[in-house]
Design a protein around this ligand. Structure first.
Ligand code: GLU
Length: 418
């Protein structure tokens, strides 16, 4: 299965092997558990605004169907490859299993810079991709959601294209839709709020006070921006944030309201007058209580892991820490890592609530959604922490063990094929 070969896929496999050793999964069963069930590559020809035609490569990887339909986001980014999407699908499986959702993992992607396309071009690309995938997705098959570079509008286009194909409205084919189209209250904020909630729980566990503590957030997309806001609501001073163009630092704490207004107007943090610019490397190594990587994979590496000066590493992104960095952090022992599949699970938890609400055509209040979200994250946090303590495991190994074990058991009970 070397079609998936990519540094991020290799990283997911290394994590798997470590946990498979710990769980004593027989060698002969490992390939069956780790490789994706299905991967689709599609060519998406799009008529561009200038009259030319461009073809974009699109992917969807569905990891396993042992527990239910597959679930996971759709990413628009120039560096998307089949291997990266496959790694992200594996992480979705283990994340869903860790928080007890009846889903296998999936992920999709299109290799494109969404910022370089007009809204019309993006719509045509999204509809073409959906058309190509129509036979492979569906409320009981595979349910996409937003990820890096996609949003509620993308989901609305997918829902509409799929519904035209089905001949009737099918809101449950995607989650993260606009609320007026059957989206769930609280879905957009769910990932960031969950990250902040678990960062706070990590502080409690370490016996540290949250009010007045400092936080640093890498990434200012849907996850990073909402996490920063929620951290401030919990009493943290967010002293640095960054987006793809650059970072900002203010030792007394950034004024997030002003910063958001600036970002809304300029589409970048860069140039905000009430803070100093800071490089990505310096941002990650600032002294702080909580560091939230909420951008891309492989940001905390063997190079910088020894230099981190945070007490809590709350992983908003998927796969932000490499296995080499994990070894260093484990040896150091002074950084409390809330691993990605736990820390950013709030998004898919509320996606599950959205899917359930759509299937029942019965919608919940935001309070009800949030209450169920925090209860679900709290229980996953407790389960992970207690396994880690009992078995003297790093939190990542504990979280992955809980997720991978559930997938393994489901597969064993059902048989070879799902
Ligand atoms: N893209 C998000 C993630 O990585 C959400 C997936 C979903 O809601 O299905 O967890």
């Amino acid at each position: 299965m070397d079609i998936y070969s990519h540094p991020t896929f290799d990283m997911a496999l290394r994590q798997f092997e470590l946990v498979a050793d710990y769980l004593a999964i027989p060698e002969g069963e490992r390939a069956w558990i780790k490789y994706p069930k299905r991967a689709l590559t599609v060519a998406c020809p799009v008529r561009m605004d200038d009259g030319s035609t461009r073809v974009f490569a699109g992917y969807r990887v569905q990891h396993h169907f042992a527990l239910g339909p597959t679930k996971g986001g759709l990413r628009y980014h120039p560096e998307v490859t089949l291997g990266e999407v496959a790694a992200l699908a594996l992480w979705m499986s283990w994340k869903c299993a860790l928080v007890g959702l009846p889903f296998g993992g999936a992920k999709g992607g299109i290799s494109v810079d969404p910022g370089a396309l007009s809204p019309g071009e993006l719509e045509r690309l999204t509809r073409r991709y959906t058309q190509e995938l129509a036979a492979f997705i569906g409320p009981q098959t595979d349910i996409p959601a937003p990820d890096v570079g996609t949003n509620e509008q993308t989901m609305a286009w997918i829902m509409d294209t799929y519904s035209s194909y089905a001949g009737h409205p099918v809101p449950a084919v995607v989650t993260g839709k606009p609320v007026h189209l059957g989206g769930s209250l609280g879905r957009r904020e769910a990932t960031g709020r969950g990250v902040a909630y678990l960062a706070g729980r990590a502080m409690d566990t370490l016996g540290l006070e949250t009010p007045g503590a400092t936080a640093v957030v890498q990434g200012f997309g849907n996850v990073g921006a909402v996490a920063a806001q929620s951290l401030v609501k919990q009493g943290f001073h967010v002293i640095a944030v960054s987006d793809v163009h650059g970072g900002l630092h203010h030792p007394q704490g950034l004024d997030l309201r002003k910063l958001e207004a600036w970002f809304a107007q300029h589409r970048t943090l860069v140039g905000f007058p009430e803070a100093e610019p800071i490089s990505n490397a310096d941002l990650l190594t600032l002294p702080c209580a909580v560091l939230v990587p909420a951008a891309m994979e492989r940001q905390i590496t063997a190079e910088n892991a020894g230099k981190l000066r945070c007490r809590v590493l709350a992983e908003g992104a998927n796969g932000p820490t490499t296995p080499e960095a994990d070894l260093i952090l484990n040896q150091r022992g002074d950084v409390f890592v809330v691993p990605d599949i736990l820390c950013n699970a709030g998004g898919v938890v509320v996606s599950y609530f959205e899917w359930v609400q759509d299937l029942q055509s019965f919608f919940w209040s935001e309070g009800e959604v949030m209450d169920k979200l925090f209860r679900s994250l709290e229980s996953a946090f407790q389960n992970t922490l207690s396994l880690a303590r009992k078995q003297h495991l790093p939190l990542r190994t504990a979280a992955l063990s809980l997720g991978i074990k559930r997938v393994w058991e489901a597969k064993k009970s059902r048989g070879l094929f799902p």
